[in-house]
Design a protein around this ligand. Structure first.
Ligand SMILES: Cc1cc2nc3c(=O)[nH]c(=O)nc-3n(C[C@H](O)[C@H](O)[C@H](O)COP(=O)(O)OP(=O)(O)OC[C@H]3O[C@@H](n4cnc5c(N)ncnc54)[C@H](O)[C@@H]3O)c2cc1C
Length: 382
């Protein structure tokens, strides 16, 4: 292992790999990525549902995702590796006047930022998503720019492209200590040895808070369990079926192989690193799924798993310099939308580290925003 580097990235999930790729492209010198597990993407990235959307409620989230969608589309051109962004669209189904009012505001914001988004009537919803129940449905927002992707395909593309440009990726390398000297980062200690570096990038996903703690910093990222269930083959699945979100129940579902993948955020789950499957959580997903897709009555469960969201108090990512120690940069806390925002996160991080003007204004994502009354909450979290 190298004993010195110009930058050390902690975490080999989709965020760390995207950062590695864009930093290497920006020619910042010797980059070493440290991942505690024996294979890449074994953390939250391996649990993601693969949803990619720009239909958010805040400007910064819409812009982060729109930039990412652009970068997902030209992934092969940029990295040299294939990965499919399947633009089947995302539909948010609305059942109450309050939901229609909130999503109309978001729709106007999204349109003003250039997103291709439509407001659909129940009859139009039935045409785009014939498998869902239209009971009590008043309207839906739908964007054909949104869609699905396999996080591992994209992660593997970044991984290979970053290596080709000279990035060293070390597995089984758990970071246990970050040393500082005179208020600046000086080195990183991991299970394979010590590397001196003036720059450390914290991409540790749900564990990001533990990395910050190593230098006595507080990072507002909490791990929260989320579960997913998939079904066996279903005869109504077609290749163009969009991601559907029932805003009232919070249930989301999309095609997965020849079946459906279903997920739901149980807002009552307390923060912890527990990723065991809770059968009550599974039942709650199935109950909501049956309401949304009545044809699931006879479906078989094919698979289920639990993983961790890396949640911040305002459900926005944290991207920026740690204010208390020089040389520590956080790219964490994506609150359940880290896969879809990974390309923009990597590119913007490289621009900030190079001290260049960023493509979009992400001052709203600064680590220093907490506790100073600057929070604007993202409420469309699924
Ligand atoms: C059930 C579920 C569904 C989801 N669905 C979606 C979705 O549809 N769309 C979407 O955009 N997002 C989704 N997400 C969120 C998405 O998975 C995350 O936002 C994203 O994967 C975060 O990537 P990451 O690289 O920051 O974290 P991770 O993938 O967790 O990577 C962090 C890495 O850091 C490593 N690490 C931690 N501590 C150390 C240490 N001390 N030393 C070395 N390495 C360390 C970990 O082993 C891990 O590999 C979902 C998440 C879950 C749980």
């Amino acid at each position: 292992m190298h004993n010195r580097a110009d930058a050390v990235i902690i975490g080999g999930g989709i965020i760390g790999m995207s950062v590695a790729f864009y930093l290497a492209k920006a020619n910042i010198g010797q980059i070493v990525l440290l991942e505690k597990e024996p294979v890449p993407g074994s953390g939250a990235t391996s649990k993601a549902a693969g949803g990619i959307r720009a239909q958010f409620m805040t400007k910064v989230n819409v812009e982060m995702s729109m930039l990412s969608e652009k970068l997902f589309c030209r992934f092969k051109e940029d990295t040299g590796y294939d990965a499919l962004f399947d633009r089947v669209g995302y539909m948010f189904m609305l059942k109450t006047d309050e939901e229609v009012a909130a999503f109309t505001l978001a729709y106007e914001l999204q349109k003003s930022l250039g997103l291709n988004v439509e407001m659909l009537s129940p009859a139009e919803i039935g045409k785009v998503a014939p498998h869902v129940s239209l009971d009590s449905v008043k309207a839906a927002t739908f964007s054909r720019d949104d869609g699905l992707g396999d996080p591992h395909e994209f992660l593997s593309g970044y991984d290979q492209a970053a290596r080709k440009m000279g990035v060293t990726i070390e597995y089984d390398a758990e970071v246990t200590e970050i040393k500082t000297s005179g208020g600046k980062i000086s080195s990183v200690v991991c299970s394979k040895g010590e590397i001196s570096s003036p720059l450390v990038i914290n991409c540790a996903g749900p564990q990001a808070k533990l990395i910050a703690k190593m230098v006595g910093a507080k990072l507002k990222v909490e791990p929260v369990r989320r579960q997913i269930v998939t079904t066996g083959e279903l005869d109504f699945i077609t290749p163009d079926l969009p991601m559907v979100v029932d805003v009232s129940s919070g249930l989301y579902c999309h095609k997965e192989s020849q079946g459906l993948l279903m997920g739901w955020a149980d807002k009552a789950v307390e923060p912890s690193f527990d990723i065991s499957i809770d059968p009550d959580y599974t039942d709650a997903i199935l109950e909501r799924a049956l309401e949304l897709v009545p044809q699931l009555e006879t479906a078989e469960i094919a698979n289920q798993w639990a993983g961790l969201y890396e949640t911040t108090p305002d459900h926005h990512a944290i991207i920026g310099w740690e204010p208390t120690v020089k040389g520590l940069f956080h790219v964490a806390g994506f609150s359940g939308h880290g896969f879809m925002q990974a390309p923009a996160a990597g590119l913007i991080t490289a621009q900030m580290i190079k001290n260049e003007e960023t493509l979009i204004d992400i001052s709203a994502l600064a680590p220093s925003r907490f506790g100073v009354g600057r929070l604007v909450e993202e409420t469309n979290v699924i």
